[in-house]
Write a protein that binds this ligand. Structure first.
Ligand code: E4P
Length: 223
């Protein structure tokens, strides 16, 4: 399993990248716009924080496949390190996925609501598919079931495309997609921090420390 940060906030990325086992950063237009900065400068700063080896995802916004191919080549020429472009699974998007995959540019097929959108994207050559779990749930669908169906398709048809599950409102959804076969997930900083936040752990740690200090002094070295 690999974990990505779904944010473009430099301070949050810096913190999570230092403390958590992070494989990269995913962005989308809404996430970039929220930071209220020139997008290329921001993406370059994210790259500087995470280093060249971790994956950085940038979503394309062109209307036609040709525009998206041009945007993808622009992103590849402006940014360094391990990159992938995100392309929504529309008809034009599917064509762009085919063209870019032929050029060996890694593509994440995004805004996925159905298992068949994921299947088409995988057959077109996408490296990743991103089912939008919470947005599916919001439409009275079942995001976890969609992830599970995609996993079954990819296994049956021996497709190497990975599921990068996205759009979560709570840790329970993430827990369930991990069990349903998502190889990778992307989550907002506040949800990632909730993965290990458990009040009983904090109170156990406090009690251990107090007992230790009563018996031996400050810490393990300065007793
Ligand atoms: C990921 O890259 C997606 O764009 C993102 O997870 C969407 O999340 P949201 O539904 O919380 O906006």
């Amino acid at each position: 399993m690999r974990l990505y940060i779904d944010s473009a906030n430099i301070e949050q990325i810096r913190h999570l990248n230092e403390y958590y086992p992070i494989s990269g950063v995913t962005t989308n237009p809404s996430i970039l716009v929220k930071e209220d900065r020139p997008f290329l400068e921001l993406l370059k700063e994210i790259r500087a924080v995470i280093g060249e080896e971790k994956e950085l995802f940038v979503q394309l916004v062109g209307d036609t496949a040709e525009e998206m191919v041009e945007e993808a080549n622009f992103i590849m020429s402006e940014l360094t390190g391990k990159l992938a472009v995100k392309i929504p699974v529309t008809e034009e998007g599917l064509k762009a996925i085919k063209l870019l995959s032929e050029e060996k540019i890694p593509v994440l097929a995004t805004t996925i609501y159905t298992s068949f959108q994921a299947l088409m994207a995988a057959l077109a050559g996408a490296k990743y598919v991103a089912p939008y779990v919470n947005r599916i749930d919001n439409l009275t669908g079942n995001g976890v079931t969609v992830v599970s169906e995609i996993a079954q398709f990819f296994e049956s048809y021996q497709l190497s495309t990975e599921i990068l599950a996205a759009s979560f409102k709570n840790v329970q959804q993430i827990h369930n997609v991990c069990l349903a076969g998502a190889e990778t997930i992307t989550a907002s900083p506040d949800l990632i921090e909730k993965f290990i936040a458990f009040p009983a752990t904090a109170s156990d740690v406090k009690a251990f420390k107090e007992e230790w200090q009563k018996a031996y002094g400050i810490d393990l070295i300065h007793s």
